[in-house]
Unconditional design. Structure first.
Length: 320
């Protein structure tokens, strides 16, 4: 796939490598055409998201960001128009045509990122779920179409995975978002756990805040479990493995939050590169042993350890 404008495949690959290290790591098992297409989509999404990185005190920049989002919608007209329509998104135009990606997904994405232009609160989980769908689930729907799974069931599970991953992002970034005037956790959940925004702003993990984060982690894990049945629906050409690896790596961020004693204020939970590699090896070996009952043994920190879910191919991303 070639691009001759600013946003080429090479440019998209560089953007993905810089901003989406987990996805970039998991993408290497994809067939090249699907991998390039995924990079192109991510670069567009990253560009759109960057338009809304406005600090709460920089209110004078909001109208400019709104104009840029409106311009981006107009540029999508050219992407979905005839081949002769000029656009800097040449590579994206080829992707949406090759994989029949509905325009609605990108419109939903732009609506979602625009929600971040002003300090926002979500009263209920249902309200936050809409936001998660717009900024994350639609990206999962696009990727799932690129991967070759287009059934209603596969797309449903893809949307669930996107919501799970976005909620994971929200939990990881509570402290960072607070500094930008953003509180994504549902207000009804804060009240139910006796947590105020002032308590969050103090940056101390109180028993109430710990309970609130534990509640949200359980919600995220339930979403990952709901998404799992969709992974076997994805073609087994590297696309399924890449999705399963992404699911596993992202869900491990929840483990890291727990390991950090729920301190999401002074440290950012992440999965270390060495752990990413070990998890990838475990999943790859699982794909080889398939339905055998023998556990997979992989090297970890200089010793041999048994991965408890190495034989449970029916539970993608298992081993939590």
């Amino acid at each position: 796939m070639e691009g001759t404008a600013l946003h080429t495949v090479d440019h998209a690959r560089a953007i993905t490598r810089r901003y989406a290290r987990t996805f970039y790591f998991a993408s290497h098992v994809l067939p090249q055409d699907k991998r390039d297409a995924a990079y192109v989509v991510y670069a567009f999404c990253r560009y759109a998201d960057n338009l809304t990185d406005v600090h709460r005190e920089d209110t004078e920049r909001i109208p400019d960001a709104e104009r840029q989002i409106a311009r981006l919608r107009e540029e999508l007209d050219a992407v979905y128009a005839g081949a002769d329509a000029p656009t800097r998104w040449v590579a994206l135009r080829e992707v949406v045509r090759t994989y029949s990606i509905p325009r609605l997904y990108f419109d939903e994405l732009l609506t979602g990122v625009a929600m971040d232009l002003t300090p926002r609160r979500f009263e209920t989980w249902a309200d936050l779920e809409v936001y998660c769908y717009r900024v994350a689930s639609v990206v999962g729907l696009i990727m799932t179409r690129i991967f070759g799974a287009t059934t209603a069931a596969a797309l449903h599970h893809a949307a669930q995975l996107g919501t799970a991953m976005q909620l994971t992002n929200i939990l990881r970034d509570i402290g960072e978002d607070l500094r930008m005037g953003r509180v994504y956790l549902p207000q009804e959940d804060l009240r139910a756990h006796g947590v105020t925004e002032e308590m969050l702003g103090a940056g101390r993990v109180t028993p109430a805040i710990r309970a609130l984060i534990q509640f949200q982690i359980a919600r995220a894990r339930a979403l990952y479990a709901d998404a799992d049945p969709g992974i076997p629906m994805i073609p087994d050409d590297g696309s399924r493995f890449s999705t399963q690896l992404m699911r596993t790596l992202y869900s491990r961020i929840l483990d890291a939050i727990e390991k950090n004693a729920y301190d999401v204020f002074s440290q950012r939970a992440h999965v270390r590169p060495g752990m990413k590699l070990r998890l990838a090896v475990v999943l790859m070996l699982r794909s080889f042993v398939g339905r055998t009952s023998r556990p997979v043994r992989v090297a970890s920190r200089g010793s041999m350890v048994t991965h408890p879910d190495a034989h449970s191919l029916g539970r993608p991303g298992g081993g939590r």
